[in-house]
Ligand binder design. Structure first.
Ligand code: OOG
Ligand code: NI
Length: 465
């Protein structure tokens, strides 16, 4: 088959993400309710503020945008998932060691890399891998490893399809449909546990996440997260719609210039499970699956991140505090973070995409009339082009995750914390060895996006870069 008739990876990703969302809606109807709420809120915001949102916020991708999360048990599972995601145009970006927050996993996010792929569908999957060395009870550790080594989380037809796609460089229409269908099986919920009540209880006692990872046949998708334009409104509406939110919105406060990521979720459901066949057929319950929403802002530079973290650290979450009280304190602390794009750019706190404009406009640059712009000598530098209104800039969307928010989300769904451990360089290496490749550095990706836009601008104005 000629390569041109293969289904593009971006299309495969969109089809897979839509199928997963459909499956999760059926499995967790509250997620469907949350998606409806998000669609209503986004529709309202776009109608009211469409012109002021900027292209980066009201992008077409908003309707399809979501992320999910899975937790894997073995290096082989991680490696195979990475092969599957690569076929969907998703690659590992970022290393997140959550063990410092008492969660015995480390993670990456599989996501598209290029601006064009992100614009089509930025579907991401936060993917965690168990760190068995953090299970202190050696007998339990051995038991878990034995269980995990025996399970196969992939449909028997999936691996040959992955190999076929890799060998020929893509898949035709009918193979692509099968890939989506069989890949979905890995993410499906299985109410029957792999283990008996006694083993499940020991796993859960060691760490609830251990029971969630090693106690089941597969790494059920544990949440899906659509992007919402007004997360404060969403948090307020959730309660009234029977979708009780977690107490606090994670991340930075509401600002004129949104930065990074703000997230909230409804708490994990308590769901009935059946213990392993032959173990008395008893019923139990399990908490793992939830729904989450997020609003995304600008990708910060390392300098911006540092400022963000230092301000966030001033406002610890006080147990029992209302979200309103927490957000007020955050807002005060974040007065120290500039809140105009011009200043954020001048101080190099975030990454920007630069573009040429046919006429001056007031969106992000200064207010410059056309006559004013034309009466000046030919601009030479980027700054002059910005002042003259010929070049505009807008923030680059943060496409990644925040370890502190991720830990907060994990913890809001767990009944207990595990021991905290130190991140060492070697844990990242262990993760990459399991993955069978390197995880990309997200700062490098944002910098390259900014750089590429500057090269375009320079070309358009005959400037030297
Ligand atoms: C992943 C939690 C991380 C987020 O949005 O930060 C995450 C998990 O619970 O498996 O999805
Ligand atoms: Ni999430």
């Amino acid at each position: 088959m000629p390569i041109s008739t293969y289904v593009p990876r971006d299309t495969l990703r969109t089809e897979f993400s839509a199928a997963l969302s459909e499956m999760y809606r059926v499995e967790v109807p509250l997620y469907g309710d949350l998606v409806e709420l998000v669609d209503e809120i986004n529709g309202g915001v776009v109608k009211k503020e469409g012109d002021h949102l900027g292209e980066w916020q009201s992008a077409d991708r908003l309707n399809v945008e979501r992320h999910g999360a899975i937790r894997l048990g073995t290096p082989h599972e991680l490696h195979t998932i990475s092969r599957l995601f690569a076929l969907l145009g998703m690659y590992p970006v970022g290393y997140y060691d959550l063990s410092t927050s008492g969660v015995p996993v480390h993670s990456t996010a599989f996501r598209p890399l290029s601006p064009s792929a992100l614009a089509i569908n930025p579907f991401r999957v936060f993917t965690s891998l168990l760190r068995p060395e953090l299970i202190l009870d050696t007998r339990l550790r051995e038991e878990c490893l034995a269980i995990l080594s025996k399970r196969n989380i992939f449909h028997p037809h999936l691996l040959p399809l992955i190999a076929k796609a890799e060998n020929q460089g893509g898949l035709g229409r009918s193979d692509a449909a099968e890939l989506v269908e069989y890949a979905l099986e890995t993410f499906r919920w299985h109410e029957r546990s792999l283990v008996c009540r006694e083993t499940y209880s020991r796993m859960r006692k060691a760490h609830p996440l251990l029971a969630d990872i090693a106690g089941f046949r597969g790494p059920h998708i544990n949440h899906l997260t659509p992007r919402v334009l007004d997360i404060d409104a969403a948090q307020k509406s959730m309660e009234g719609r029977g979708i009780p939110p977690k107490d606090i919105i994670e991340g930075p406060p509401n600002r004129l210039c949104p930065i990074l990521l703000r997230q909230t979720s409804f708490k994990a459901l308590t769901e009935p499970i059946l213990f392993a066949e032959g173990s008395g057929g008893e019923m139990g319950s399990h908490r793992a699956r939830f729904g989450e929403i997020e609003s995304r802002g600008a990708a910060l530079t390392p300098k911006g991140h540092e400022l963000y973290l230092s301000l966030l650290a001033k406002v610890p979450v006080v147990p029992g505090e209302t979200n309103e009280a927490h957000q007020l304190k955050l807002a005060v602390a974040f007065e120290a973070f500039p809140d105009t794009w011009a200043e954020i750019r001048t101080q190099k706190l975030a990454y920007f995409r630069y573009f040429t404009r046919p006429t001056s406009s007031t969106m992000f640059g200064g207010i410059v009339s056309q006559a004013d712009a034309e009466s000046r000598p030919t601009p030479e530098t980027l700054e002059e082009l910005i002042v003259s209104g010929k070049v505009g800039f807008e923030p680059i969307v943060y496409e990644d995750f925040l370890p502190a928010s991720a830990a907060g989300i994990f913890q809001s769904n767990l009944d207990q914390r595990g021991p905290e451990t130190e991140t060492t360089e070697s844990s990242r290496e262990v993760f990459e060895r399991a993955l069978g490749g390197k995880v990309a550095d997200y700062w490098e990706l944002y910098e390259a996006m900014e750089e590429a836009s500057l090269v375009e601008v320079a070309k358009a104005f005959g400037m030297r870069c």
